[in-house]
Design a protein around this ligand. Structure first.
Ligand SMILES: Nc1nc2c(c(=O)[nH]1)N[C@H]1C(S)=C(S)[C@@H](COP(=O)(O)O)O[C@H]1N2
Ligand SMILES: [Mo]
Length: 301
């Protein structure tokens, strides 16, 4: 793909946002390049995704470890120490162990992925992530044939994450995917935004991004990944099992018990901007609908 970066991000690859946007504008003019990915996902029919700005993406966040307000993460996450950082990969893998973030980076291919992002609260953005496929990281550890699910865990460090001193959620934040969801090429671990290192409020130094699921599945600041044979518990499902299912696929036809999921408000669209229609699987049905063939998506919400 024309928009692909190979190798890890070096200083020389980091451009300022303005230069980056100019490059994008140029490439967008070439048509069909707006969504770059291993699968060439949606390249033909979604060329006009309009990126949210750096300020929007890094100034309006959910990261309850730093407070429940949308501006709290940007205000409070600066104190988080993200280096050194280790990701423990264990469970049903051939090479369990502690993987240093820098070692992981040196082995991964960093790509740009422009994805729609849809929070269960019915706001949305379009985000230019940099990162690598989760499948490549799991390959490092060697997936055993008995593995069926992948469990993720966020850092637990209340000294630096003030929200963890409140009982608003069960800490550490945990999430999970079925193995085939985890291995889908759309599923990435993001390490950057707009070609820069991912800011703390967005989940530094690495966070999951699963673009066809509600945002809370995309767990931030991951320190542990465990391959299992049983469905792992997930934080929002524990907090409200009737409201937040394990799958949490974006679905305009299955409402949240307290609000409609048929439409969404784009962040930054302005107070009077029209709401836009929410797309099945957040617009990625061609790539992922097959994962759920035969399932009742109202029951397995
Ligand atoms: N560890 C952790 N991960 C998290 C959250 C959180 O509170 N803690 N919030 C989730 C929710 S609800 C959303 S919508 C996204 C927000 O990601 P963003 O701030 O990068 O837009 O992060 C998800 N990942
Ligand atoms: Mo969310």
């Amino acid at each position: 793909m024309a928009l692909r970066w190979t190798g890890t991000l070096k200083d020389r690859d980091v451009t300022d946002e303005a230069a980056w946007l100019n490059r994008r504008a140029l490439l967008a003019g070439l048509s069909g390049l707006a969504v770059a990915g291993a699968t060439g996902a949606r390249a033909a029919d979604a060329p006009e995704l309009e990126l949210n700005t750096w300020e929007e993406i890094t100034g309006y966040n959910n990261f309850y470890e730093f407070g429940t307000g949308k501006q709290d993460p940007a205000r409070n996450a600066g104190q988080l120490t993200t280096s050194p950082w280790t990701v423990t990969i264990d469970g049903l893998v051939d090479r369990p162990g502690d993987y240093a973030f820098e070692d992981i980076l040196s082995k991964m291919t960093i790509e740009e992925r422009i994805y729609r992002f849809r929070c269960v609260e019915a706001w949305s953005m379009v985000v230019p992530w940099n990162g690598f496929e989760l499948a490549d990281l799991l390959d490092l550890a060697g997936i055993r044939s008995s593995a069926r699910y992948v469990a993720f865990e966020t850092l637990l460090r209340p000294e630096e994450m003030p929200g963890q001193n409140s009982r608003v959620l069960d800490w550490p934040y945990v999430e999970g995917l079925r193995l085939d969801e985890a291995l889908n090429p759309l599923t990435i671990m993001a390490t950057g935004l707009y070609g820069k290192d991912i800011p703390n409020q967005n989940g530094a130094p690495l966070r999951l991004v699963v673009p066809w699921k509600y945002g809370f599945k995309s767990i931030k600041s991951v320190v542990k990944i465990t391959l299992t044979d049983t469905q792992p518990p997930t934080t929002w499902n524990k907090a409200g099992p009737r409201e937040y299912g394990f799958y949490s696929n974006v679905n305009p036809e299955v409402d949240h018990p307290r609000w409609s999921q048929a439409t969404e408000q784009r962040v930054g669209g302005g107070l009077f901007a029209r709401r836009q229609e929410t797309l099945m699987f957040n617009g990625y049905a061609d790539e992922v609908a097959g994962l759920y063939a035969g399932m009742d998506l109202e029951k397995d919400f």
